[in-house]
Write a protein that binds this ligand. Structure first.
Ligand SMILES: Cc1cc2nc3c(=O)[nH]c(=O)nc-3n(C[C@H](O)[C@H](O)[C@H](O)COP(=O)(O)O)c2cc1C
Length: 326
């Protein structure tokens, strides 16, 4: 299928996830077949005020394509200027965050707070579209709360002004990340507009992806938490959608091989301290439920030297392989 003028080869895509979807993790997900990946949300204000730290979020490797950069902000002028800054990095898409429920973002009127002000969304997205020829996408929640479900009205308006595609997360702002995502709102949006719809919320297994596509008619499915320590989910989903059969999960030692590759990439991209610190959550997810996992995590989370962490991962991987042979 095409999103804007870009061909998307696979139906499963990686969600924007703050603190998670950095370049190493995106590369890994891409290698496992993610059809499209997104950066985490990037502050438009940060970019416009020329924060070098904020610009780091815009860097990506060619193999990550197609890639979308996600922006958050509340001011049309700042968002347009940030769009131009992002455009210089030539991503395939620029996405606006209309769903983040975190007070730090909503208090200043950005993210999900904009769901209460459709006129402001119209101004921002119009300004972004005018600022670049790169296709603009939006990622939205169903509404602010269950009495104000506005996704269909919002999607119609955004289609009219020239949006290239929309992601629907079937939760309201007040639900944050709890409860079940309501997939019926994805179906309602799909029925109301012609631009591509990406469905999002609670896909953790290949069967869920198949069900969401079938139930809602959405064009692509987006995976967030289901990819934590589980990047092969894209390969398993793609395989299931093509063949109707389930690929087995990788063996624990194979999972550790992926974790080690990701850690090595992180040590190349980050200063040593940040690499070790940022890697901890990923190591925690990769090793969840594994034999002697709790003991391993307890040890590795105390290490601060990157070579020591890498060696601990290798030793643990080898111990898992030995267990697999008995
Ligand atoms: C740790 C974390 C960080 C997130 N960061 C972002 C973000 O930067 N931008 C965004 O649009 N959504 C963000 N989300 C929301 C996810 O993209 C996704 O919409 C949500 O988790 C529902 O999908 P899932 O059930 O597949 O996880 C985040 C969610 C989590 C759990």
């Amino acid at each position: 299928m095409f999103l804007g003028n870009v061909k998307i080869e696979q139906k499963s895509v990686l969600a924007p996830l703050a603190g998670v979807t950095d370049s190493p993790f995106r590369q890994i997900c891409k290698a496992f077949g993610a059809g499209l990946v997104f950066t985490e949300m990037v502050s438009a204000d940060g970019l416009v005020h020329d924060s070098e730290k904020t610009r780091q979020y815009l860097k990506y490797e060619p193999m990550e394509r197609p890639i979308g950069v996600q922006l958050f902000g509340d001011d049309p002028d700042i968002m347009a200027r940030a769009t131009q800054i992002v455009a210089a990095y030539t991503p395939d898409f620029i996405d606006i965050n209309l769903g983040c429920p975190v007070p730090k973002v909503t208090k200043r009127g950005a993210g999900a707070a904009l769901l209460q002000n459709l006129k402001q969304i119209e101004k921002i997205v119009t300004a972004m579209i005018r600022a670049t020829s790169i296709p603009i996408l939006a990622k939205v929640r169903s509404g602010w709360n269950e009495d104000k479900i506005i996704a269909v009205e919002l999607a119609r308006m955004l289609e009219q002004i020239g949006l290239a595609g929309i992601t629907i997360h079937g939760r309201t702002q007040t639900m944050k990340f709890s409860g079940r995502a309501d997939w019926s709102i994805i179906q309602s949006v799909k029925a109301a507009i012609k631009i591509p719809v990406i469905g999002n919320g609670d896909i953790t297994r290949p069967e869920d992806a198949h069900l969401m596509l079938k139930e809602t008619g959405c064009d692509l499915v987006m995976i967030g938490r289901g990819a934590f320590g589980n990047p092969w989910i894209f390969k398993r989903i793609n395989h299931y959608l093509e063949s109707g059969t389930l690929l087995p999960e990788p063996r624990p030692s194979e999972k550790l091989d992926v974790c080690i590759s990701q850690f090595k990439m992180m040590t190349r991209d980050y200063p040593e301290r940040s690499a070790v610190f940022e890697a901890r959550k990923h190591i925690g997810w990769y090793t969840k439920g594994m034999p002697q996992g709790a003991q391993f995590r307890n040890e590795v989370f105390h290490l601060t030297d990157k070579n020591a962490v890498e060696q601990a991962l290798i030793d643990y991987r080898n111990s898992l392989e030995l267990l697999e042979k008995v």
